[in-house]
Design a binder for this molecule. Structure first.
Ligand code: AMP
Ligand code: MG
Length: 336
């Protein structure tokens, strides 16, 4: 069975087709890049609406798949920006109706975990999800994925993007910070904000901007920021592993493309005897293939919805959705 997935939670419009062996049969992605400042939801949604027909055409011709033979059409239901989610859901509904295929809603954060779980071969990993808008530590318990810790304010990627834009980068800023940090020599002191299982980045942003005003160069500033922010992520991931007694960790989200973060996580995991896996960059960032894969899992366990009941949920929480495909027959499913 092959499933087509549509991703449109934020800046990325992406379509992917996967098969039952997690093979990405075809993928096409285009990112909305604001000329100035942060992401504008309405402009991003317009970008997606304009691009989706071409992206769908591309995956169909790449794969040679007969659309009427698809097992399902999956789409990102939430969390995300309302206008962007609606652009993707509209396309998914239209394709499902035109081709007479079932429609399957997918939680975006769960999809990051499921694609990494499938590619790693791990049974029950903890996910460190570090993206633009989201920063969470997620693990499975009693029928659902649970958020064990998360950012109390902005996502780590948004933090990097905001700082980088102020230092002359284009969007996205994370890769610029990574490049500058490689040339950095001195790590300056910055706030280190871990609160139990949670992290926060807005104080770090303010302090980093203040250092910049004092004349600290972008190379040292980027190195300082990466050292602090990624150490915070490693700490909460490590605490989750310790609490759960887990020996498996996967990474997801665009910031997980970062080589320093990968190295730091690997060091921590190695010291704990934990196996760690990071998907290739194209499957770390937002992508339609992970939505298709999670849609395939969900469809097998009754995850279809009627078009009339396929509303998007911009504030959908990871633990609001039942992960029915993970539930063993002996297991008790608890309420959200
Ligand atoms: P996502 O929201 O998962 O699609 O990821 C996008 C975010 O990942 C943006 O905030 C980017 O700045 C960030 N990002 C992408 N590549 C890197 C990198 N190499 N280092 C740090 N952040 C990155
Ligand atoms: Mg994401």
């Amino acid at each position: 069975m092959r499933v087509l997935g549509i991703e449109s939670t934020a800046h990325t419009a992406s379509v992917g087709i996967v098969d039952e062996g997690t093979q990405v049969v075809a993928a096409a992605t285009d990112m909305y890049k604001p000329v100035q400042g942060g992401i504008h939801p309405r402009e991003a949604a317009n970008h997606h609406a304009e691009l989706f027909p071409e992206l769908v055409e591309r995956v169909l011709s790449q794969s040679g798949v007969d659309p009427e033979s698809l097992g399902a059409i999956a789409f990102s239901q939430g969390p995300g920006l309302g206008p962007c989610l609606r652009a993707g859901a509209t396309v998914a509904r239209m394709l499902a109706l035109t081709w007479g295929r079932p429609l399957v809603p997918v939680n975006h954060c769960v999809a990051h975990l499921e694609i990494a779980r499938a590619l790693s071969g791990f049974e029950d990993p903890v996910l460190l999800y570090a993206s633009g808008g989201n920063t969470q530590v997620v693990a499975y318990a009693h029928g659902r994925y649970r958020v064990l810790g998360e950012t109390l304010d902005i996502g780590v990627g948004n933090f990097l993007d905001k700082l980088a834009l102020g230092m002359g980068s284009t969007f996205p800023g994370g890769p610029w910070i990574e490049k500058w940090a490689r040339e950095g020599k001195t790590v300056h002191d910055l706030p280190y904000s871990v609160h139990g299982m949670d992290v926060s980045f807005s104080g770090l942003l303010t302090a980093a901007k203040a250092l910049q005003t004092k004349g600290v160069g972008k190379e040292d500033l980027s190195l300082s920021v990466e050292s602090h922010a990624y150490a915070m992520l490693c700490e909460v991931a490590e605490r989750a592993l310790a609490h759960l007694g887990s020996k498996e960790l996967v990474l997801g989200g665009g910031v997980a493309c970062n080589q320093r973060l990968r190295r730091m996580v690997e060091e921590m995991a190695h010291a704990r005897g934990v196996r760690v896996f990071a998907p290739p960059p194209s499957l770390c960032v937002d992508n339609g293939a992970m939505i298709a894969w999670t849609g395939l899992l969900s469809d097998r366990s009754g995850g279809r919805v009627e078009v009339a009941r396929s509303e998007v949920l911009p504030r959908q929480r990871t633990d609001q959705v039942e992960a029915r495909w993970r539930v063993r027959t002996t297991e008790h499913v608890s309420e959200g």
